[in-house]
Design a protein around this ligand. Structure first.
Ligand SMILES: [Fe+2]
Length: 173
């Protein structure tokens, strides 16, 4: 009986220089080990899923536990997002990001993220390419965020929380 070719794994070596894949079990579990959440500011934290310092992007879960304005910022890269819990919106748009919503943010856009008063927690998966600059209403730069600032916060927090270096190294490419 002939062997079913469809069930044969690829036999050749992977290309030289290719980085290893990443698997994060329970990546969307909002009730994971609390130490995995990196404090960004009071009531705002993120759980990193990938730091790509080669391509210049990161993927994380953002968790906000207070209502009101989070930040105004200008993106220099693309953002893809999936809302998991709660809801939020931008002052510059009339739509609301709801649980299950997919959001694309174009590079170049400046917007102001707001969590509505009645929401006590929002969690959203963000894939952020490049970075973004915190700005005044007139676009004057006040700070920035990118894969390197996220990685630095994570390294410090994970060390302080007693998580081994592997907790962030396995997410780094
Ligand atoms: Fe944004």
């Amino acid at each position: 009986m002939a062997e079913d070719v469809r069930k044969i794994p690829y036999v050749l070596p992977q290309p030289f220089g290719m980085p290893p894949d990443i698997v994060v079990p329970g990546a969307l579990d909002p009730d994971c080990d609390e130490r995995l959440w990196v404090p960004q500011s009071p009531d705002v934290s993120f759980r990193p899923l990938m730091f790509n310092v080669t391509a210049g992007y990161y993927v994380n879960l953002l968790r906000v536990r207070r209502a009101g304005v989070l930040s105004r910022h200008r993106h220099n890269g693309t953002v893809h997002a999936f809302v998991l819990r709660g809801r939020w919106h931008y002052l510059e748009h009339d739509w609301m990001a709801l649980p299950g919503s997919f959001v694309f943010e174009p590079p170049g856009e400046t917007h102001t993220l707001v969590v509505p008063d009645e929401v006590n927690e929002m969690i959203t998966l963000f894939h952020v390419q490049g970075g973004y600059v915190y700005v005044s209403p007139n676009g004057v730069a006040e700070g920035y965020e990118d894969v390197f600032t996220k990685l630095e916060l994570t390294r410090r927090h994970y060390a302080a929380a007693g998580l081994g270096e592997n907790a962030w190294r396995t997410l780094l490419r």
